[in-house]
Design a protein around this ligand. Structure first.
Ligand code: XCC
Ligand code: SF4
Length: 654
């Protein structure tokens, strides 16, 4: 028999995969082996948008096609491979933008309920940010109470989803040049819901059949995500739950505890999990846990809910997307509470092999076999306590088939855009000036956003860690969110000591400021923080007057979600070079792929790329960063810095 393939770079994951095998549990890792991706669908050449299909229009492999043959390669309705690939691509954007934005809407609704005093247990935590947003949106402050101001803000935020004309309010945050470009190109989004609906309309059989025009609507919708739904989610969550500040915590399955009630919170929206954090600290709950023989209540997170409560409360991370099933395999999880997005339907089945209770909480996301305790914002604390109680009552049922891996690593999280501003600006004035100066003088070569998921088609976490290490080694400061951030944290890249992996220039800045070379900015909706940081850098001056001029790049080396495509597209449309790994969903059409990879640069100053090798992808990013440095005329400064360091080393060696 061939040697078994190693499926993760993470020891805890490997150990739990072995346990899963011996427990007879089937995981995503196994399923990825038995089910290979459809070769036609995976390149965007399969259309199932009507009942005459699915129509498959793949290019015959290894064959030059005559124009006559190409003309015949169509769906029943006449749709070409270009139209089909573009339609499929922007439907992914619609799915992703809808997910982020519906999350944003949920936050806005809770925000409004809190302001009106209809959601007991919640309160506005960040007054400063509330007032700043009031100023930005022209909401009267005067001597009104926070709640009065918040009602106006909540209503304005909610109106963004159903807006029919004009432009989203947050577009005005972007550099002026970028706003003008969006208007000129006709891609400034009107309302969030409207853009998503328009994709669904235009991709219906027989509507928009011009791939460039389809992709344009994809751009507009993605901007409604990044500068709309996601940004609303981040901003209102910060005002409600507090803007993150640096916090020390831990990551990986080793954060589960043998002698405590383990509750895992999994999904994306922090609305309920914020309350569960509070409920788990309630003395009455802790007493109850003790009465059942536990030493206490241990909360941990999976996926982006984890990132949310890590950023604001320091709750440890149990793992990223591909570890959700493995958390159950430890046998030590008393309850796993899920809300929306990235939740595997296999969880209740796996839970049956152990004692774990899977609890769904959103009316939008039920799973057969799970216990449903619906979240009601008007009685959030009651719901949260019910969840915690269910977990506690389940603790005595934990069997003997328990194994918690040793692996866990420290990390520092909590780098909101405001925190970065403050840390870099030092004591007297929050500002991005020192960051800009260090980019200009070349100690920091550039900044990269490395984000996105795990994907069972590639070795778990390998791409993230390899790419991030390569970037920091080359003096690129790395900003992260989502499952990608967790991967780096597991590899020990999110502590100040990780400066040892960084190039000398970046390491010297990290040591001076006291930050890790890899910064955790939060959940996937918090990619909006990266947009804000990039804009702040532009506004601070000295690095051009648009995001597209900055020495920056983005990547999602292990993407799988439609949300990742939406995120990538709004980064590209904001002027950022963005490279994805694993697979590329439009390769079935050369025209569509070329348009995304090349023509978009001419229009938006940012473009897509596909490179499954994370080291090569890192170098595409570094090359792009160097190209931008050269255009800004700051490439020489960097050579000088490196030369100085070389001399210093030589002197030290003497
Ligand atoms: Fe989901 Fe957000 Fe992807 Fe992780 S990174 S697999 S989307 S949890 Ni967003
Ligand atoms: Fe086929 Fe056209 Fe129907 Fe798609 S919309 S399934 S290409 S007939």
């Amino acid at each position: 028999m061939a040697e078994k393939e190693i499926k993760s770079v993470d020891q805890a994951t490997i150990e739990m995969l072995e346990k899963a095998a011996s427990d007879g549990v089937n995981t995503a890792f196994d399923r990825a082996e038995t089910m290979k991706p459809c070769p036609i669908g995976s390149v965007g050449s399969c259309c199932s948008n009507c009942g005459q299909g699915p129509c498959r229009v793949p290019l015959a492999r290894g064959k030059e096609e005559t124009p006559e043959e190409k003309k015949k390669r169509r769906g029943i309705c006449g749709a070409t491979a270009e139209t089909i690939a573009a339609r499929n691509f922007i439907r992914m954007i619609a799915g992703g933008a809808a997910a982020h934005s519906d999350h944003g809407r949920g936050v806005a609704e809770l925000f409004l309920a809190v302001a009106k005093g209809e959601a007991p247990g919640y309160e506005i935590k960040d007054e400063q940010k509330l007032l700043a947003l009031a100023l930005e949106w022209g909401v009267e402050i005067g001597d009104r109470t926070n709640n009065e101001i918040a009602i106006d803000i909540g209503e304005k935020a909610l109106a963004e989803f159903g807006r029919q004309e004009g432009e989203l309010l947050f577009l005005r945050r972007a550099p002026l040049k970028r706003q003008e470009l969006w208007r000129r190109e006709g891609v400034a989004p009107r309302g969030i819901d409207r853009e998503v609906v328009e994709i669904m309309h235009r991709t219906h059989a027989g509507v928009d059949q011009d791939y460039q025009n389809l992709l344009k609507q994809g751009v507009r919708t993605s901007l409604a995500d990044g500068w709309g739904g996601s940004m609303i989610a981040t901003e209102l969550q910060d005002i409600l739950f507090g803007t993150p500040a640096p916090v020390l915590s831990q990551v990986n399955l080793g954060v589960l505890k043998q002698d405590e009630v383990n509750i895992i919170i999994h999904g994306h929206e922090p609305l309920l999990s914020e309350m569960i954090v509070a409920a788990a600290q309630d003395p009455e709950m802790i007493e109850m846990a003790k009465s059942k023989g536990a030493k206490g209540i241990n909360l941990a997170g999976i996926c982006c809910t984890a990132n949310e409560i890590l950023m604001r409360h320091g709750v440890p991370l149990a793992g990223n997307f591909l570890q959700q099933e493995l958390a159950l395999v430890t046998g030590a999880v008393d309850a796993m509470v899920v809300d929306v997005q990235c939740i595997m339907e296999s969880l209740p089945d796996i839970a049956q092999c152990y004692h774990t209770k899977i609890i769904t909480t959103s009316p939008k996301a039920k799973i057969k076999g799970a216990l449903h305790i619906e979240f009601d914002e008007h009685k959030a604390m009651e719901g949260a306590k019910e969840v915690v109680r269910t977990a506690i009552e389940n603790f005595p049922k934990r069997g003997s088939n328990v194994r918690i891996p040793q692996e866990k690593h420290d990390l520092i999280a909590g780098f909101s855009h405001e925190t970065i501003n403050y840390l870099l600006g030092g004591l007297f004035r929050a500002s991005y000036r020192p960051l800009n100066d260090n980019i200009i003088n070349g100690r920091i070569r550039g900044v990269a956003g490395v984000v996105g998921c795990n994907n069972a088609r590639v070795k778990h976490n390998e791409g993230h860690i390899a790419m991030v290490k390569e970037l920091i080694k080359n003096d690129v400061l790395v900003l992260q969110t989502g499952c990608s951030a967790m991967a780096s944290a597991m590899a020990g890249l999110m502590v100040p000591e990780a400066a040892k992996y960084a190039g000398e220039g970046l390491a010297s800045v990290c040591e001076t400021v006291g930050i890790p070379p890899v910064l955790h900015l939060g959940a996937c909706v918090d990619n909006s923080r990266i947009l804000m940081a990039a804009t702040a850098v532009v506004k601070d001056g000295g690095l051009g007057d648009d995001i597209s001029e900055l020495p920056v790049a983005g990547a999602a080396p292990e993407w799988m979600s439609e949300k990742a495509i939406s995120i990538g597209q709004y980064f590209v449309a904001s002027g950022v070079f963005t490279v994805f790994g694993v697979t590329w969903p439009t390769t079935g059409s050369k025209e569509v792929t070329d348009f995304l990879f090349k023509d978009m640069e001419e229009i938006y100053g940012g473009m897509w790329a596909f490179e499954p090798d994370p080291i090569k992808a890192a170098h595409l990013m570094i090359d792009h960063i160097d190209k931008k440095r050269k255009a800004l005329g700051i490439d020489k400064a960097r050579e000088r810095v490196l030369y100085d360091m070389e001399m210093r080393r030589e002197l030290e060696a003497v």
